[in-house]
Design a protein. Structure first.
Length: 362
């Protein structure tokens, strides 16, 4: 009965949707030694040995301006994609081995005409001798930028980390343009400890916080709540109906990111029997918003696009992926849908890269 209701919802949504859109053209790039190389499909490239995800060369975050798409490449630095006048794609690289090698990159944080990257030193690449010494204290790496090009990379080290370099900032959650929440980790011989703080980029001030405060910064609002933006609700309902076709009970988290400031709004939905069902599924859906567009990346190789002027949800097929491969993030850049992809083997990642698909015309 419940699945029938979800199927009915899906049918009704499809009636209100425009026809499915297939991209006019596709461009697939894979990472080889930190460089983006074009490939005709997801298997026509030199084999990449799987490594644990914190150390594999892969895209960990994306951010765009009107003229450039910036890609945070793990263990390398920042790459930029621009479009030439002849509709060609040009990659530029702003890598810094001294700052990014042997460090895991997580997110971008745009701030005051600069692009800040969060990094931490991972234990996977540290030798036993290094494990007995303090890691180099670097939490943020800042680039100044003018919209298309980046300046020289500079390290930002919070005062507490200068005093206690054995602590690593392993999780950073932006609260606004100036302030982030940080989870600090200390790995000792016999135990692992955590502490929490806020950090302000304007003045460098840092306040010690509690774990409860830190977890509250990841608060999820009801996806279908009365106070949720009606545009969000329309897109969320379409996503939920799509997931319900093959999943009777599930929990889904929607992470809505602005393409301009990279800050995330979080929403949650679960079916009535999610907690009781042993076969319940879990899904994390990236959603990107840009002006009058909302775009959700679903796990079955498609995108749901909502245009505010039409109020309709449109389904767009992405290039099909081989087994074990998965699209991991999405961003709208100019008239393009850009999705990062990875060959995921549980805790390890093999090949990784970027797929670029044209937005279909109305």
């Amino acid at each position: 009965m419940k699945r029938g209701l979800y199927l009915l919802l899906l049918i009704l949504l499809c009636i209100s949707c425009s026809n499915k859109g297939n991209p006019k053209s596709e461009n697939i790039f894979f990472l080889q030694n930190g460089r983006f190389l074009r490939t005709k499909d997801f298997t026509s490239y030199k084999k990449v040995n799987p490594f644990p995800w914190p150390v594999q060369i892969r895209i960990t975050d994306m951010y765009c301006t009107d003229h450039a798409l910036f890609l945070l490449v793990n263990h390398r630095g920042v790459a930029a994609l621009t479009c030439g006048s002849d509709n060609t794609f040009v990659f530029s690289y702003f890598y810094d081995a001294n700052l990014f090698d042997n460090r895991t990159s997580t997110i971008f944080h745009p701030y005051n005409h600069s692009l800040i990257c969060h990094v931490y030193e991972d234990d996977f690449l540290r030798t036993e001798a290094q494990m007995n010494s303090h890691p180099d204290a670097v939490t943020f790496i800042k680039y100044t930028f003018d919209g298309t090009s980046l300046g020289e990379a500079q390290a930002i080290i919070p005062l507490c980390q200068q005093l206690h370099p054995e602590w690593q900032a392993v999780v950073v959650n932006p609260l606004d343009e100036q302030t982030v929440a940080i989870e600090w980790k200390h790995t000792g011989k016999d135990q692992v400890k955590f502490e929490y703080s806020s950090f302000n980029f304007d003045n460098g001030e840092q306040e010690i916080k509690t774990r409860t405060w830190f977890l509250a910064t990841f608060k999820f609002s009801p996806a279908l709540g009365n106070h949720t933006d009606k545009r969000y609700v329309l897109l969320f309902k379409a996503c939920i109906a799509d997931l319900a076709v093959h999943n009777e009970d599930f929990l889904v988290h929607f992470n809505v990111k602005s393409s301009r400031n990279n800050q995330i709004e979080r929403f949650s939905f679960s079916t009535k029997n999610y907690e009781q069902s042993p076969d319940s599924g879990y899904f994390s859906i990236p959603v990107i918003k840009r002006e009058n567009l909302l775009c959700a990346l679903l796990p079955d190789e498609k995108v749901l696009l909502l245009a505010e002027e039409t109020g309709r949800v449109r389904e767009i097929a992405l290039p099909p992926l081989p087994a074990h491969f998965r699209y991991t993030a999405i961003i709208l850049f100019q008239e393009l849908i850009c999705t990062s992809w990875e060959d995921i083997r549980f805790t390890h990642v093999g090949a990784a890269g970027l797929a670029v698909t044209e937005l279909p015309h109305k």
